[in-house]
Design a protein around this ligand. Structure first.
Ligand code: PLP
Ligand code: COI
Length: 343
């Protein structure tokens, strides 16, 4: 694959596609310790055919972004939270933890080395960063790998769901992406493999993606395959599901805080029943890639429930979006410790 060329990119019309940038960071774990990591130009990973990640899915990843500010600085949004979540995912899959301070440092090195690829402020583009931790050592029994690889690569992206801040419709899925006490809270590849078929079925039926219901009774909303769910109730509460099988979204927890402290809304992390959608005047999907994608309608058992509108963004969703993205791009004051400038 050809290396990406920053001078040829159309910053205003970026999609969400892989690009092979000049630099990535790689480190290896062997004999009980992380070896010195560093930047490399090689975008391929050498893997033994019996690497545990290939057979038994021992791998976890993160998704985060670097943002260009109006004064041309580059900043990260809560990278310490991604480091902590990768630690949790690693522990769940019996992988060695990549030290959290070194994680943030590796991310900064990658962003700095590829700074030409951080889209200009005002284009809406960002640099999407993908840290990845895999069991790269070989074993054929079902055991943890004897060796691990940690890598961080990046690429400029635009919006994940078509249209960004324009409403999209979702449908509920008959499938589960994660078991009740399975790996839903961890950002591990298997959850995403499980979501490919339901996601494809939703696309074929004309929906942006599907919304999963709780794996025990299929009565409560869990999340989207690539984002968490939130709704704004008619009495102005930002409500979002609480479940052991959904990913603890950093965007969602940020929105919970902003809803309460900046917008003066009530907040609630609890049960969101699929047969009680009338509670909500607005709804959205939130995540690093998705940012906030307003949910126009949600189809369930053949009925489409429209929240605010299928074509227009609700006012509370818009306020949340402006507050969140203002902080991320450095135009709105960030709560203490939320942004880190890449020097
Ligand atoms: N849920 C799933 C399944 C995801 O893949 C993501 C993306 O990371 C999210 C939620 C949102 O999490 P975050 O806001 O930390 O990006
Ligand atoms: C993210 O928002 O970073 C994600 O990981 C979602 C998706 C691209 C898998």
């Amino acid at each position: 694959m050809a290396k990406a060329d920053a001078s040829k990119l159309d910053w205003n019309n970026l999609g969400f596609e892989y690009m092979d940038l000049p630099y990535r960071y790689t480190a290896h774990w062997k004999d009980g310790a992380w070896q010195d990591g560093g930047l490399t130009e090689n975008s391929t990973l050498p893997l033994n055919e019996a690497a545990v990640v290939l057979h038994y899915g021992q791998g976890a990843f993160e998704g985060m972004k670097a943002y260009r500010t109006p004064d041309n600085k580059i900043q990260l949004f809560r990278p310490d939270r991604n480091a902590a979540r990768l630690k949790n995912s690693a522990e769940r899959l019996l992988m060695p933890v990549f030290p959290e301070d070194k994680f943030v440092d590796a991310v900064k090195q990658v962003v700095k080395a590829n700074a030409d690829f951080v889209p200009p402020y005002g284009t809406g583009g960002t640099l999407y960063i993908r840290p990845l931790l895999i069991g790269s050592g070989a074993t054929i029994g079902v055991h943890a790998a004897p060796e691990y690889t940690f890598t961080v690569f990046a690429m400029p992206v635009g919006s994940y769901f078509k249209g960004g801040m324009t409403p999209v419709n979702f449908t509920t899925s008959q499938y589960d992406r994660a078991a009740h006490k399975g790996t839903g809270q961890s950002k591990v590849g298997g959850n995403y493999a499980a979501s490919l078929l339901p996601g494809e079925n939703a696309h074929k039926d004309g929906f942006a993606d599907c919304v999963y219901l709780d794996p025990v009774n299929h009565k409560k909303i869990e999340e989207v395959g690539s984002a968490n769910f939130f709704g704004i109730t008619k009495d102005n509460v930002f409500a979002t599901p609480k479940s052991p099988s959904i990913l603890p979204s950093i965007t969602k927890y940020s929105l919970l805080w902003l809803a309460e402290h900046r917008l003066g809304l009530g907040t609630e992390e609890g049960d969101v029943y699929i047969d009680q959608l009338d509670r909500f005047k607005e709804a959205g999907a939130c995540g690093t890639a998705a940012v906030i994608s307003p949910i126009g309608g949600l189809e369930h058992n053949g009925n489409l429930h429209v929240f605010y509108s299928e074509t227009e963004v609700g006012p509370v969703t818009k306020k949340l979006y402006d507050e969140l993205t203002g902080i991320q791009f450095g135009t709105v004051e960030a709560p203490e410790g939320w942004v880190q400038v890449v020097e």
